[in-house]
Design a protein around this ligand. Sequence first.
Ligand code: KG4
Ligand code: ZN
Length: 373
Amino acid sequence: MNKNRKPTILAVETSADETAAAVIRGTEILSSVKWSQQVHGQWGGIVPALAKRDHELRIEAIINQAMKDSGIRNQDSIDAIAVTVGPGLAIALEVGIKWAKKLAQEWDKPLIAVNHIEGHLLSAIAMPNRSIPNAKSITFPCLGLVVSGGHTQLILVEKIGKYKILVESVDDNIGEALDKGARMLGIPYPGGPTLEKMAAQGDPKKYKLPLPMAGKEGRAFSYSGLKTAFRRLVLSTQCSVLNGEPDEQVRNDLAAGFQEMVFRHLLRTIKAALKTSPLIPLLSLGEGNEGRGISNLLVGGGVIANKTLRNKLDELGKELNLKVHYPENMMLCTDNAAMIGVVAGYKYGRGEFATEEELERKPRWRIDEPVVK
Ligand code: KG4
Ligand code: ZN
C-alpha cells in the first residue's frame, strides 16, 4: 500500500432502503450507483425484511455497475473495500457487510468499517466531478448537521474522525416527522419531497401549530408533540385519509404550516445550542461572531434536499458568520455509497482497517463512540 497517493476505494451501503455502491479516490467520486427501494411506499416506513430481500436482489448488479462506471480497469486498482456497519437496520446492514467481506476475500483487499452518520456529515466535501476541484476550505473545529429520516444531530467536528454530539433528537427524527406528517395527508412514504412541493403552494400561517421545546431551545430536537398536534389539526379539518377526499388548498396550507414548524424548531435549536453549548470551545470570539469562532457548517442527510430548509440555513449562516456547505447534488443528500467512500478515504489514511472478524454490524453505532476498526 502506497500511503502517499489517494486511495481508490469501493464503498457499499445498505443500511436502510437504498442499495448503493461507489468508487471513490480521495474525495473524488469516480462512480456512484444507487437503487432506491420502491417496496415500502404503502407501509408508511421501511419494512426491514423487505429491505433486506431487495438489497439481496440488487446488490451484485449495483456493485458491478459502480465498478464499470468508475472507468478503472479492474479490481487491482482498488485499494480497500468500505462498508457501512451502522447505524441502521441490522438485517439490511448484514447484506452489505457480507458482500464487502466476500469481495475483500476474493480480491485480497483490506476492509474499512464506516459509520453512516459520518458519511452524511462528510457528504458536503465529496466531489462529484473531477474537473471541478473541491474549493471548500474548511477550518476545524467546525459544526456538522445531519438531517435525515433516521437522524437529527448537531455535531461538533473537532477534526475529521473526532466528533461530539451537541444536540440530538429525543423522539422522532426530522425526516421521520416529515414522512409521518405527509402520511396524515395521504402521501406515501417517503413523503418529505411531496410535502415540500405541497408546502410551496400553501400558506404556512393559515393554521396554528405549537413550536416544539419553546423556551427550552438548544437542549434537544423533539418532533413527537408537533406530530400529535398536527394529527389533531388534520382530523379537525376533515383532511385525514379516513375522512374522504380533502380539499387541495387546505392540504397545501396544512403541509406548509407543518413544514414551517419542523424547520423553525430545527433552526432555533441550532442557534441556541451554538450560543450556549458548553462543549463548543470559546475560540477567537470576534465581534458579531455568535458562532464562537466556528466558521463552517457541514450539512448532510436526505432532508437537506429541501430548498426551503437550505434558504433558512443560508440566512442563519449570514446571521452567525457561518459558511454553510451542502452536498453538491441531490444524489449525495439521500443515502448513497459515495459518502461512505469519502469517510473511508480518511480512515485509510489513518490506517483504520478492520479484520473480517472485527467487521460486524453495529445498528446503534453513535458517531461519538470510539472508533470501530
Ligand atoms: O438520508 P436519508 O436518505 O435516509 C436516512 O438516513 O434516514 O433521508 C431520507 C429522508 C426521508 O425522511 C425523506 O422524506 C427526506 O429524507 N427527504 C426530504 C426531501 N427529500 C428527502 N425531506 C424534505 N424535503 C425533501 N426534498
Ligand atoms: Zn442516511
